[in-house]
Ligand binder design. Structure first.
Ligand SMILES: CC(C)(COP(=O)(O)OP(=O)(O)OC[C@H]1O[C@@H](n2cnc3c(N)ncnc32)[C@H](O)[C@@H]1OP(=O)(O)O)[C@@H](O)C(=O)NCCC(=O)NCCS
Length: 157
């Protein structure tokens, strides 16, 4: 990442960003499906505990929220046996196209693999396929579920 002064921190170390994460994730994926904000705020709060997974990463410049990605146990009900997943990847619109998304996804994958699992998974709409393939993700499946998602994985090297 070539953007100066952008740090990537574990939410546990910068817990005051929890509301920013919940707000962006809720607006992007949960509000359109009718879920209340409190539901996603609780999920995000689950990343504040003293455990490896779930975890949330925050890209920030000082106190300015820039982006986020999480590692969670389950993300796709059609693939309940797979775990863990990188999910809830978001970069603020004014900071897009600078490599921050690629960087935070890479950090999240590394955090997941550092727990000792052989593989970490990710699902996305096909429009994001090139973004994830450039980041080294292997496309395992296409057209999964109602949203016809791609399923990717990355192995421990
Ligand atoms: C997907 C997303 C996280 C990418 O973040 P980012 O910081 O722009 O990612 P990068 O800068 O590492 O890569 C951007 C790439 O995506 C594309 N892109 C997407 N939106 C862009 C934008 N607004 N400006 C510039 N490039 C954009 C570019 O083609 C670029 O490709 P390149 O690497 O060949 O230049 C961000 O667009 C986002 O938050 N989108 C809304 C939420 C979302 O869709 N999350 C993913 C769910 S699977």
């Amino acid at each position: 990442m070539t953007v100066p002064d952008v740090a990537i921190s574990n939410l546990r170390d910068v817990p005051y960003f929890a509301d920013d994460i919940a707000d962006r994730v809720w607006r992007a994926w949960w509000e359109p499906r009718g879920f209340p904000f409190g539901h996603i705020a609780e999920l995000v709060a689950g990343s504040l505990g003293d455990h490896h997974i779930p975890l949330a990463l925050v890209a920030h410049r000082g106190a300015t929220f820039i982006g986020t990605a999480s590692v969670i146990e389950c993300d796709l009900e059609e693939r309940p046996a797979l775990r863990p997943w990188v999910a809830a990847v978001w970069v603020e619109p004014t900071f897009r196209g600078l490599g921050i998304g690629a960087s935070i996804v890479r950090h999240a994958a590394e955090a997941a693999l550092s727990t000792g699992v052989e593989r970490v998974f990710l699902c996305a709409l096909p429009q994001k396929r090139a973004f994830y393939e450039r980041g080294g993700w292997h496309l395992d499946e296409k057209d999964v579920g109602e949203s016809r998602l791609d399923v990717f994985s990355m192995r421990r090297s």
